[in-house]
Structure formats: structure tokens, C-alpha cells
Design a protein around this ligand. Structure first.
Ligand SMILES: C[S@@+](CC[C@H](N)C(=O)[O-])C[C@H]1O[C@@H](n2cnc3c(N)ncnc32)[C@H](O)[C@@H]1O
Length: 264
């Protein structure tokens, strides 16, 4: 696809962020990539082979720490601290792009004292099913961002959660949809924790149009750098703490983990 590009911004290390000026192209790109995440490109009968299934499951994150996630563990620690300071022993989390339960493994490993209540949504049904099998005490549901924004209190099993979590997921979404996800998150939680690409967090490259970039040059997969800070502030989240990734590794360059809080 020959993209129609508006503003461009170079990060000086070889990555170019591009404003997509044709909304139809943006939608096509999003839908095409979503199909990948929902099916992992299994055409024909749509079935993923047993070998591929095993490979996808084996590939999952063990927890939110380690290479590429150096910023995420301290942000999650901070979130736990904040809830413990309120005298809570439990923590309820709703997550999108939850895969097969990296968050559950994270809390089992690093915060076993926390009484975790977990609802995870994952685009690839195979992973949501695997999470449900591995962690029957928690809830896993197959679904995309569009499905998440439609969830009812009945679906979620509770009205409010202590935390909404999205790691490496909002960058898969067009800005309008990322905003709808954050708005839904703001209806059910006062704490939002994300790991994402933040080059356009304040709308520095574009406030209105999607800004896309290739994860590594030559990749055919594009990600979106959405104006999260503008979105969160408009939803009443006035306290936002960031931990920026220091590494120049091309895949994680430009990422940060952040925690956004709204006081009532
Ligand atoms: C790079 S993985 C991140 C997984 C995990 N949260 C992590 O941090 O390692 C991207 C995740 O985004 C999810 N995803 C991709 N497109 C999506 C969409 N349109 N709606 C909801 N989730 C989507 C995928 O299912 C996958 O779990």
C-alpha cells in the first residue's frame, strides 16, 4: 500500500513517525493488522496447526519484567503500593491484550501477597482459552478493543476495578479506538497503567490524525503512536507518572510505562 503521508518526524536513530492523511487507508491498515492478531494469519479453514499453537503459547511473556519491560515492573510496583497505602490487600485488574495471563504470572511471582482479581481480554481466542485453562480462578475472554468497549457490568462481573492495564496494545489501535478504550477504562477504573510508544503522547507529531511507524525498518507491521496524555487529561486523569525506557534497542525505543490517576 502506498500510504498518503502528512507530517513526518524522525527520532534521530532511524525511526520515522508518519502522519497518515487518508482516513480510509488508516482504517484498512488497522483492519488488516487486527485480522493478523485475531487469526495469526491462518487462512483457509482458519485453524491454527497444533505445532503453531504450541509455538504461540510457548512464546508468551512470563511476566511484566525483564528485557523490554524494565519500565513496567516499577510502575506495577507503584500501583500496588498506592492500593496498599489505602489499606487494601486485594487488587482487581481488567486488562486488554492479556494473552494467556502474563499479569497473573507477574503477580504470583512478584506480589504473591496481593489477593488478585483478574479479568483479561485477548484478541487471539487460543490464548484466552489457554489463560482460562491455566488460571481457572480468574476470567479470560476472547475479544478485541471493539468488544472491550461494549462490555457490560454483567460481562465484567463487577462495576469497578482498581486498575485497567494495557501493555503493547493501544499502539495496535487507531487513535479514535484507543480513546474509546481509555474512555471505557475511565468508566470502570480510576487507575490506568500502560506500556506503550509515547513519541506523540502530547500530540507533538499530530493531534488529530493517526501517526504510524514501523517497529523496525523493513518490517511490514505498523504501530500507532497515539496522543495518550491528551486523551487521559480530557478524561480527568490529572496525575500521570511515566518511566521512560532508556534502551536504544529498535523494538523498544520510544516506549514508556505510565500510571494515570484520577482523584474523585
Ligand atoms: C505485542 S502483544 C502484547 C501482549 C502483552 N500484553 C505484552 O505486553 O507482551 C499485542 C497484543 O495486542 C492485542 N491486540 C492486537 N490487536 C488488537 C485489537 N484490535 N484489539 C484488542 N487487542 C488487540 C493482541 O491480541 C496481543 O495480545
Amino acid at each position: 500500500m502506498a500510504f498518503q503521508i502528512g507530517a513526518r518526524w524522525d527520532d534521530g536513530l532511524g525511526r520515522t513517525y508518519m502522519e497518515l492523511s487518508n482516513p480510509m487507508q488508516a482504517t484498512q491498515l488497522y483492519e488488516h493488522q487486527k485480522a493478523f492478531w485475531v487469526t495469526r494469519n491462518q487462512g483457509g479453514d482458519g485453524k491454527i496447526s497444533a505445532e503453531m499453537e504450541a509455538e504461540i503459547i510457548a512464546d508468551q511473556l512470563s511476566e511484566y519484567s525483564g528485557p523490554g519491560f524494565e519500565t513496567t515492573k516499577p510502575i506495577l510496583d507503584r500501583a500496588v503500593q498506592l492500593t496498599q497505602d489505602r489499606g487494601q490487600t486485594g487488587l482487581s485488574i481488567v486488562e486488554i491484550g492479556a494473552a494467556n495471563g502474563g499479569t497473573v504470572r507477574h503477580f504470583e511471582k512478584f506480589n504473591p501477597e496481593v489477593d488478585l482479581g483478574f479479568y483479561g481480554m485477548e484478541a487471539l481466542p487460543l490464548l484466552a482459552e489457554d489463560g482460562a485453562k491455566k488460571y481457572p480462578q480468574h476470567r479470560f475472554q476472547a475479544g478485541t478493543a471493539e468488544d472491550f468497549v461494549e462490555l457490560t457490568t454483567e460481562d465484567l462481573g463487577r462495576e469497578r476495578f482498581d486498575m485497567f492495564l494495557a501493555s503493547g496494545v493501544l499502539c495496535m489501535l487507531l487513535p479514535e479506538l484507543a480513546f474509546m478504550v481509555l474512555r471505557k477504562a475511565s468508566e470502570i477504573s480510576d487507575m490506568i497503567v500502560c506500556r506503550d510508544y509515547l513519541a506523540n503522547k502530547g500530540g507533538e507529531i499530530s493531534r488529530k490524525r493517526p501517526v504510524m511507524f514501523e517497529l523496525v525498518p523493513g518490517h511490514t507491521h505498523y504501530l500507532f503512536a497515539n496522543p495518550y496524555e491528551l486523551m487521559l487529561r480530557s478524561l480527568g486523569f490529572s496525575r500521570i507518572e511515566y518511566i521512560f525506557e532508556e534502551s536504544a534497542d529498535p523494538r523498544i525505543r520510544g516506549t514508556a510505562s505510565f500510571l494515570a490517576l484520577r482523584s474523585r
